[in-house]
Write a protein of this length. Sequence first.
Length: 214
Amino acid sequence: MIILIGGEKGGSGKSCLAQNLAVYLQQQERDILLLDADPQGTTTDWVREREENEDLSNIPSVQASGNIRQVLLDLSKRYQDIVIDAGGQDSEALRSAMTIATHMLLPFRPKRRDLKTLVHVEELIRLAKAVNPQLITNAVITQCPALPSQAQRIWDAKEACESFYLKPLAQYTTNRNVYDDADENGLSVFEISSDTKAKAEIEQIAIEFLGELK
Ligand SMILES: Nc1ncnc2c1ncn2[C@@H]1O[C@H](COP(=O)(O)OP(=O)(O)O)[C@@H](O)[C@H]1O
Ligand SMILES: [Mg+2]
């Protein structure tokens, strides 16, 4: 699988999802590579942090930018799965990866300024599917309020995605400190025992998005 985590908006949780999905897949005994296509290098920094802690598994990673189609073709011969952190804007890396990815996940916070980007995202996906009709695309709503009284915000965000023909996963992530705490220390939510709910969210997202792994 070539799994692309992309979108238009910074801070929506792309790097966080790419990192946690990479650890999830590795724990499922998949031979994975994490590819950081964001010039900001957030995921590369995370991998470095991780390398300093010998209790943690090594996550193979590379950085790449520009047209990464050929890079991905080559790497896909060596790894079972590649998880790509595409970074925060429409880029050549994002567009070229979309032509060859098997899966694309687009995180959106339930906020107007994230959902406003759906117009452009729909256009991008349409272009990608013209050359890569197999591409599985889903939205995931992230950093959702935990309060039941604010659940309407989550439903509205899902509805907004649907209105742009982008299917939202039923599972969303809730705003939890553990995501941020893990992130800062080169960890995933699977390696922090204090909050098992975040772990369950990521697991459910993976199963829904990628299906049961053989
Ligand atoms: N569900 C969540 N709850 C709380 N914080 C989150 C959640 N998802 C991501 N974050 C945090 O929000 C910040 C931005 O996320 P990040 O993955 O870096 O976004 P992006 O890569 O899209 O710019 C990070 O500090 C991250 O740890
Ligand atoms: Mg990022």
